[in-house]
Write a protein that binds this ligand. Structure first.
Ligand code: TRP
Ligand code: ZN
Length: 903
């Protein structure tokens, strides 16, 4: 038959799902691990799927592997045809044993998908479709099998041999090689298979889980990294305890392993019992890792561990259901981090800590997911089609997906949510299911019809809620009218709309004194809680509060109760009042952001026209009050005083103008720095953390506020203070948070004053100190790529010369990200330089990466997807760069991105 009959179609549609024609009950894999030529023997028990239409032949997927031989029930089978996309086998019985031998070349595998070599060790990455690069298989998540894996390799070069599950036996083969045999008792889809082989060492702990069973925990790293594993191990132990306590979910294997690898496409991977991590999310000690790194590690370790139940025990039927595991698991890791931050503090402090985490998560959602929703890659949480599944590990599937899960909890409370989870596992443990199955479990456990709720999964675009309020003093009634729609969203978003959403809309009313007013909805006999979750289900709906004694100020969408944009005409004074008084810490922060965004956008339009800029004293005063309000936690103050990012602001403009946004934002930073100089200096002093480094959220909060103060002081015309403080901080730092912040402040002062002698000295020192720590050298590249530039010294020049630095390589994704992505995605004013130099650089790098690693190239390709929203001059240069890439790339991954962008 022709290859094209089984070649993956150009576009894959959710509606075309059909169950697999065959099932694979057991898989026995044998690996002879040799870098250039690994032999894989795969013995499977197959049978026809009783729930599928009878297929004429067996089609197995395989990519980039060399077919050697196949037998059926131990006998050679002639009707086997190997081709570019896999194996076609005719004349198969209804149930049989199939053995296939094939060869792959891990050393030449730069895609980091399938089996590959990194620093001389072997690793695998199978999600989403990497297993077919290892052996021929029904490589789809609804085919679940039990695996036995035998690894054979040179004992000297690969002393450690790991795979999923439990170690059955290991021993010597006598010829300089040894072997290990592993068995995973749980049925799993192929994307959860993993093996690791090489020179590694482990930090070990034995813990007892809820049922009293002892478990072996290991964090495997290269020998020189063993001193950076403690935090990952602690995070794992906390994750295990948290999942038992919050969800009653216990670790199901006797052993749980984490392995760190420096060449890795994403953050980490939840392979059953053998999580494989990017070193960035494992390795940390105070000298090498920032406070942000420490909390990211905790979150990612938690995330992958939580997948053991939400993803592995219950997995996805097909890749359109990806958010079933990712949205849910992100929600779980967010809750874990929030609980860890709250710790055992008193209620108020715990609430503040939880709010800090919530603010950080919402900031990511709004900055990244809202942007995705506004561009050519907009898609629903459960997409309808894709070209390359790797392009759908997106902010929408992960972060909006987490919000969609969070809203069940907002509607039903923690207990109702837990009931839904319990029912979900009761019904679906051991199966591959859909987002609908999760929704039905939530609905049934809470006695609710959630048919309307499906739209959260099927509609693309960011909903907008317009709010109108009216107070009738005589009747003491306050009405809130909500209207929902999508405004002017992308075509993709418009096409998917089916009707109004069920939006849990949390609201509070604030009186003149700044206190929450009692809330009594029309028809209720008594006032209830001071925050109410309105169930907003119509296109337009009015809610009436009665017995309202005074004209209130509404606090809308408290704690960001739904992933929507709220439109309400607050005056600047009202926002300043909310910033000072709202009992909902999220909305306090939100008020400050609204105030700042409004000022910054009007300044940006003035800057675009070349007008003079000014900022009202009342705005400065509002931020000054936050800075000096000792009743607020330092981490909250840091978040409230951080201005919205340039990227976010540019997206809010009718026509994105990064240069104007930069001018406006710098103007405001400088104004706040100058007007509040005394207060910043005082904050800097009073939030120092002398003594030994502590990785607690409290200590991190002090460092964050202190370093924010330092970064504002770097804006001052008089550089003397900041250079003195930053140099002293750099020299005395006993932790990476302070050292990197000091270096960043020096780099910015250098740009402001056009003199980089001191910054250059510190940069050189930094490199020398950390030459042997790749993750720190990544920071060294990133700090330079994100630094401010000037006409005399544009950042692109520095970036281009760093590309030639001996420590730079395109092959390592972390390194490529540290320099190229940092510049293209995190330095908008320089990347969008009017001469198009940033875009030309981007095109070159996308093309170069495409040949090595399509997944990473496709991520970079996305930095221009919003090109149509920019000013005409930039738009044309962006289009030219996109066309150049479209004409020069080969992978499905990058093609899908650039074709959608140009389309
Ligand atoms: N499932 C992983 C997670 O979210 C992420 C992942 C998907 C991944 N595909 C990958 C990681 C490819 C590395 C490479 O936890
Ligand atoms: Zn995940």
């Amino acid at each position: 038959m022709a290859d094209s009959d089984i070649a993956t179609p150009a576009v894959i549609h959710r509606a075309d799902y059909a169950p697999p024609a065959f099932l694979i009950d057991t898989v026995a894999l044998e690996f002879d691990l040799v870098p250039q030529r690994t032999v894989v023997r795969n013995t499977m028990r197959l049978r026809r799927n009783p729930d599928a239409v009878r297929a004429p032949r067996l089609e197995l997927l395989g990519e980039q592997i060399e077919f050697v031989a196949a037998t059926i029930d131990g006998k050679p089978h002639s009707a086997v045809q190997a081709h570019e996309h896999g194996l076609t086998i005719d004349d198969v019985p209804d149930a049989f044993e199939l053995t296939i031998e094939s060869i792959c070349n891990p050393e030449a595998n730069t895609t980091l998908s399938g089996l590959y070599v990194s620093s001389g060790n072997f690793f695998t990455q199978c999600e989403a479709e990497g297993f077919r690069r290892i052996t021929y298989f029904l490589d789809r998540p609804d085919v679940m099998s039990t695996y036995t894996v035998t690894l054979r390799a040179s004992k000297d070069e690969y002393p450690v041999l790991l795979s999923n599950g439990n170690l059955l036996e290991e021993g010597d083969l006598g010829d300089g090689r040894h072997f290990a045999r592993w068995e995973d008792p749980f049925r799993k889809p192929s994307y959860l298979f993993a093996l690791v082989a090489g020179k590694l060492v482990a930090l070990e702990e034995r813990v007892k889980t809820g049922s009293g069973k002892e478990k072996l925990l290991q964090v495997w790293v290269e020998p020189h990294d063993l001193d950076k594993t403690r935090h990952a191990m602690d995070s794992l132990i906390h994750s295990i305890q948290w999942d038992e306590k919050r969800f009653g979910l216990e670790l199901d294997l006797d052993r749980f392993m984490i392995v760190a690898v420096s060449d890795f496409n994403m953050g980490a991977m939840e392979n059953k019992g053998l999580n494989i991590f990017n070193t960035k999310y494992v390795l940390a000690n105070p000298e090498t890792a920032t406070d942000t790194d420490f909390s990211n590690i905790e979150a990612v370790v938690g995330h992958e561990y939580f997948h053991n139940w939400t993803g592995n025990r219950v997995t996805c039927r097909d890749w359109f259901q990806l958010s079933l595991k990712e949205g849910l698991t992100v929600f779980r890791d967010q809750e874990f981090s929030a609980d860890m931050a709250a710790g055992t503090q008193d209620d108020a402090a715990a609430a503040a800590a939880r709010a800090t985490k919530r603010i950080e998560d919402v900031r990511v959602l709004r900055q990244m997911q809202f942007a995705e929703d506004a561009g050519p890659m907009a898609h629903p949480v459960r997409p309808e089609s894709f070209v390359e599944i790797n392009n759908f590990y997106t902010m929408t599937v992960y972060e909006k997906g987490a919000e969609v899960v969070r809203m069940y909890q907002t509607l039903f409370g923690r207990d109702g949510f837990r009931k839904g989870m319990d029912l979900y596992f009761k019904r679906h443990d051991g199966h591959a299911v859909t987002c609908d199955d999760f929704r039905f479990a939530m609905a049934d456990a809470n006695g609710r019809d959630l048919a309307q709720y499906e739209r959260w999964y099927s509609q693309a675009g960011t909903p907008r809620v317009k709010v109108k309020t009216a107070y009738d003093a005589a009747a003491r009634r306050f009405t809130v009218t909500l209207a929902q729609g999508y405004g002017e969203s992308s075509a993709a978003a418009r096409e998917t709309q089916q009707g109004p959403l069920l939006i849990p809309f949390a609201i509070g009313l604030i009186g003149k004194s700044g206190n929450d007013l009692p809330l009594k909805l029309e028809g209720e006999s008594a006032a209830g809680a001071t925050t109410r979750v309105l169930e907003f289900t119509q296109e337009q709906q009015t809610f009436t509060f009665v017995d309202v004694a005074e004209a209130p100020l509404p606090s809308l969408l408290r704690n960001f109760s739904a992933p929507v944009i709220v439109e309400y005409d607050y005056s600047a004074d009202e926002l300043a009042f909310l910033l000072a008084h709202d009992s909902d810490p999220f909305n306090r922060w939100e008020a400050g952001q609204r105030l700042a965004t409004r000022e910054l956008l009007s300044l940006a339009s003035r800057a675009a026209e070349g007008g003079a800029l000014s900022l009202d004293d009342s705005v400065v005063a509002a931020f000054g009050r936050v800075l000096t309000d000792a009743s607020l936690s330092p981490s909250f103050r840091e978040l409230a005083l951080m201005l919205p990012s340039e990227t976010y602001l540019a997206e809010q403009m009718a026509e994105s103008n990064p240069a104007a946004v930069h001018t406006a934002r710098q103007f405001v930073r400088k104004r706040l720095a100058t007007a509040l100089k005394t207060e910043w200096l005082k904050a800097y002093d009073s939030h120092r953390t002398p003594g030994a480094y502590e990785a607690t959220p409290e200590a991190a909060g002090h460092r964050a506020l202190k370093n924010l103060a330092l970064s504002y002081l770097a804006e001052l015309d008089d550089a003397a203070d900041v250079v003195r403080l930053a140099t002293a901080q750099y020299d005395a730092a006993n932790n990476m948070t302070d050292r990197a912040a000091a270096l960043s402040a020096l780099l910015n002062t250098a740009a402001v004053h056009g003199d980089d002698t001191i910054a250059a000295k510190s940069l050189a020192d930094f490199y020398q100190r950390f030459e042997k720590e790749p993750l720190v050298i990544d920071k060294w590249f990133a700090l330079q790529a994100t630094q401010r530039g000037s006409a005399a010294r544009p950042t692109i020049g520095i970036v281009r010369s760093l590309m030639a630095h001996p420590a730079f390589t395109l092959k390592n994704p972390n390194r490529a990200r540290s320099l190229i992505f940092s510049f293209c995605a995190a330095n908008p004013a320089q990347f969008h330089a009017g001469d198009g130099s940033g875009y030309a650089f981007w095109a070159e790098q996308v093309i170069a990466l495409d040949a090595l690693n399509p997944q990473v190239a496709a991520r970079l390709a996305r930095s221009l997807e919003l090109w149509r929203r920019f000013t005409p001059a930039l738009r044309e240069k962006m289009r030219a760069a996109l066309e150049q890439v479209a004409a020069n790339v080969k992978s499905r991954d990058v093609r899908e991105i650039v074709e959608k962008a140009l389309g």
